[in-house]
Ligand binder design. Structure first.
Ligand code: PMV
Ligand code: MG
Length: 335
């Protein structure tokens, strides 16, 4: 066995389908963001867990700050035993916070940490994990913790790609985990969908940061009661048309879908679009580019797709004037 291994995981941002994707059967389109957390792992005589987020080390004694990491280790140890392996104490160091020095971008930190710990342990024990198994193991950790998200972040970060994601029933998974062994649960059909989308069109993908931190789980709690059939149907049309538009390289179809998703979220609850997110979106007025809030809203980031390099410059200038910081930019579809 090699002594020390290093692994990494990225982040994600929603393009469309937020809130609707919480309901099984409704989808979202999610973009992978290559801003990374990294971890080093090695065997040790006692457990030593340290994350840059906190200023102290722990072992496996339950600790509030480290509970996500500790529970992921427990789950992976159970899985490794099922694979006939004999897990030993580890020294694990998690570096990076998915946001520069204390800035929280909201691109997926807790989901990313779970995936990172799983990848680290798989590396140490030299087992290959498919993106799908990685997703399932991470989803078990979060569902057992009572996380109220759709797990779309896990799907996107595990696949490291632009994806269409449709959730499974988390209450069902929680239930089967109480009555069946992990290996049995992992072998069941969970009825989610994950499809990688390869856009047949090139565009600039821009991420604008509002500098306002938002907590997705709190927003979900406040907003989920407003999710009704009409909202779900409209979201699904926008998401399906967006996937189709991307696959067919239909610029107009993409723009119309992002606009529909934007309008639908604006009508869902006023907490989603803060004044800064409204400005971020309105900065595309008069352009062929389109923009919207990303994720739960209430701050964090918005995204834009710009099909024309000159418009990209205009959009960047408009965002900068409004104090919206561009934290990530990528030319998609040029290969
Ligand atoms: O704010 P984010 O990027 O964590 O996205 C949340 C998206 C929701 O649909 C509102 C919740 C979820 O987990 O799907
Ligand atoms: Mg967010």
């Amino acid at each position: 066995m090699k002594t020390k291994y290093q692994v990494q995981t990225g982040g994600k941002l929603y393009l469309a389908g937020e809130y609707a994707v919480l309901t099984p059967g409704y989808g979202a389109v999610i973009q992978f963001i290559p801003i990374y957390l990294s971890a080093t792992i090695q065997e040790a005589s006692t457990y030593q867990l340290v994350s840059d987020l906190f200023s102290y080390k722990v072992d496996l004694t339950p600790n509030k700050d480290y509970s996500l990491i500790q529970e992921t280790i427990r789950l992976m140890e159970e899985w490794l035993v099922d694979q006939g392996l004999d897990p030993k104490p580890i020294a694990l160091h998690i570096a990076g916070t998915l946001g520069e020095k204390g800035k929280k971008y909201g691109i997926g930190s807790s989901g990313s940490v779970v995936l990172l710990v799983i990848r680290a342990m798989a590396a140490l024990y030299e087992v290959d994990l498919s993106p799908d198994l990685l997703f399932r193991l991470a989803a078990v950790v979060l569902v057992q913790r009572g996380d109220n998200g759709s797990m779309g972040d896990l799907a996107c970060i595990a696949y490291e790609d632009l994806i269409y994601y449709q959730s499974f029933d988390r209450a069902w998974l929680h239930e089967v985990l109480t009555s069946q062994a992990l290996s049995q649960v992992l072998a069941l059909d969970w009825h989610y969908q994950i499809r990688v989308i390869q856009p047949a069109i090139s565009y600039d993908f821009l991420v604008g940061w509002t500098k306002e931190p938002a907590i997705s789980s709190d927003l979900i709690r406040q907003i989920k009661g407003a999710i009704k059939e009409d909202f779900l149907k409209e979201s699904q049309v926008a998401v399906k048309n967006l996937e189709k538009g991307l696959l067919e390289g239909n610029q107009k179809g993409i723009k119309t879908s992002i606009e529909r998703a934007d309008q639908n979220l604006k009508a869902l609850n006023p907490l989603i679009y803060t004044p800064a997110l409204k400005e971020l979106q309105q900065a595309t007025d008069g352009l062929s580019a389109c923009a919207k809030s990303s994720g739960a809203g209430g701050g964090d980031c918005g995204v834009a797709l710009s099909f024309d390099p000159l418009e990209t410059q205009t959009l960047i200038e408009r965002w900068t004037e409004k104090k919206i910081e561009i934290i990530y930019q990528e030319r998609i579809g040029d290969s």
